[in-house]
Design a protein around this ligand. Structure first.
Ligand code: FAD
Length: 492
């Protein structure tokens, strides 16, 4: 063994807080060198500062990873600061000769990683980066012309036709950890948890952050809900989706592990359900593909026709939306689900986003930022791509003129009103007939249900029909320049 080969390798965890199917960890293990597992709290990681709800998740996820490493006679080293400074200091302190990591695909992360590679290589420190956060590298799935996909369906066909994703790697049975070579900061000093008030107190009723929680979610979903997923996934009162998104957002589980769990089920799950679920995983891939090729996805309209859109941006409307006090029950239930559990059902995300952008004419970027701060699954690619999709400004977006009617959406996807009752207690006693439009209910029925509109529950802050016309007029006033922005990237 050469002298360098005996030097420790720093395994830099980022949004890949797992031991399972972790390519960088596997390579570090196979190198035979002692491993220093490190997590850095970077001042500006990913798409801007860490949202408050995801900070709660991160705290518990780091604890879980540390626990797994302690079971293997090591621990997670925590350090804060600019990543390059932290790595250089740790290399000096520990005598490490290499740094391994799994790639990230957000623009800021990519630029930081490229610089780190260059700087460390100048110091003769080996750097190696790996895939595994996506099923396929974004540069791999390209159109026949060598350009990136802008439309989901051909992207899906390409993904389906590509070679199967590599089977997931099991975690190494034994690890040679050398955590003692580095000092660690106490996790509490990062103050990731809310204190006064503890607005996240309900989160742990629903969530178990960490790799074990992720595996348990996957197992339960495949056993109980995958069969019937295609039909049930649009109904927010049913527990019909995997709820894996927060685990995926911090990389506690890999997409390859999820994909692999959908193999060999044809005896008890219909092919249509499996394909539909895989298609959703492919939406995540597509969002990353877009972010990689259009790095300003979270800040600029992908379609610059929307640059001239005259947003109203009324603060009162925005605040009523954030607090779930718009007078439209399905919107309010969604926004309160978000506040209570840091998560919202996909159908309801589409409804609340359409309402904010189109009925209230608030810039989609304000909605994106609110979601980023309040979602435990806040994801730089999925969040930005989805907001632009609803706005109509994104790649392969829903057309602007498709404006959801919040009453009809509620009646279709929550016909009995059970979802509303779970999150809007003021309306609990109202029957299914009026629960999606209490403003149309006769006074006697409202009185029987203990509702005084404008007092116990708000009157609608806008009239949907007029708001719809207002939005369409604003849209028609923008000019169709038919051009889009682009800027190719490379992951570090
Ligand atoms: P499942 O139905 O079980 O799907 C499995 C996985 O597929 C999800 O965990 C997710 O990784 C992926 N997926 C499913 N639907 C989509 C989609 N439409 N776009 C991209 N990936 C998808 N998802 C996030 O992970 N983070 C976000 O910040 C986020 N913001 C959103 C904002 C808006 C306005 C909208 C309309 C959607 C957003 N989504 C976001 C997408 C989607 O709502 C969530 O991924 C989904 O609700 C998560 O629940 P699940 O894990 O039970 O999904």
């Amino acid at each position: 063994m050469t002298k360098d080969a005996a030097k420790p390798v720093i395994l830099w965890f980022r949004k890949d807080l797992r031991l399972d199917d972790n390519h960088a960890l596997n390579a570090a293990h196979l190198s035979g060198r002692p491993i220093i597992p490190l997590y850095i709290s970077e001042p500006e990681a990913g798409a801007g500062p860490l949202g408050a709800a995801q900070a709660w998740w991160l705290h518990h996820s780091l604890e879980a990873l540390d626990k797994s490493l302690r079971q293997r006679q090591g621990r997670l080293v925590l350090a804060s600061g600019e990543a390059l400074d932290v790595l250089c200091a740790l290399i000096r302190e520990s005598g490490a000769g290499a740094v391994f990591w799994n790639r990230r695909y957000d623009p800021l992360g990519i630029s930081i990683d490229i610089r780190i590679k260059q700087e460390l290589e100048k110091q003769a420190i080996e750097t190696r980066s790996f895939g595994g956060q996506l099923l396929h590298e974004p540069s791999r799935l390209m159109t026949g012309n060598g350009t990136s996909y802008r439309v989901y369906t051909p992207f899906w066909r390409a993904l389906e036709g590509a070679s199967e994703p590599e089977p997931p790697l099991d975690p190494p049975a034994k690890l040679r950890l050398a955590s003692e070579l580095a000092k660690s900061e106490p996790l509490e000093s990062w103050k990731l948890l809310p204190m006064k008030p503890d607005w996240a107190k309900n989160f742990s009723d629903l969530w178990t952050p960490g790799e074990r929680g992720a595996m348990e979610r996957l197992r339960a979903f495949v056993e109980d809900a995958l069969d019937g997923y295609k039909e049930n996934r649009d109904f927010p009162a049913k527990q019909a989706t995997s709820m894996l998104s927060p685990h995926l957002a911090l990389g506690e589980i890999s997409p390859a592990r999820i994909w692999d769990a959908t193999r060999g089920l044809s005896k008890r799950v219909s092919a249509a359900d499996i394909v539909q679920f895989r298609k959703e995983i492919a939406w995540r891939e597509f969002s990353y593909h877009l972010l990689f090729h259009f790095p300003k996805l979270a800040s600029e309209n992908w379609n610059d026709r929307f640059d001239g859109f005259e947003w109203r941006n009324d603060d009162g409307d925005f605040n009523a939306w954030c607090r779930g006090l718009t007078g439209y029950p399905i919107v309010d239930a969604g926004m309160r689900q978000l506040w209570r559990h840091g998560w919202m059902h996909n159908r309801v995300r589409m409804i609340v986003a359409s309402f904010l952008i189109k009925d209230l004419m608030v810039d989609w970027r304000r909605g994106e930022a609110w979601f980023r701060d309040t979602l435990v699954d806040a994801d730089p690619a999925n969040n930005a791509a989805s907001w632009q999709w609803v706005a109509g400004s994104g790649a392969d977006a829903s057309p602007f003129f498709r404006i959801f009617n919040p009453v009809l959406q509620g009646q279709t996807f929550d016909p009995d009103g059970d979802y509303i009752r779970a999150y809007v207690p003021e309306l609990r006693e109202l029957g299914a007939k009026y629960i999606h439009w209490p403003f149309e209910a006769p006074r006697s029925i409202l009185a029987e249900a203990g509702i005084a509109l404008g007092q116990t529950y708000p009157k609608p802050i806008v009239d949907h029909a007029s708001a719809r016309n207002r939005a369409l007029a604003a849209y028609n006033a923008t000019k169709d320049t038919a051009s889009t922005r682009s800027s190719p990237r490379r992951a570090g």
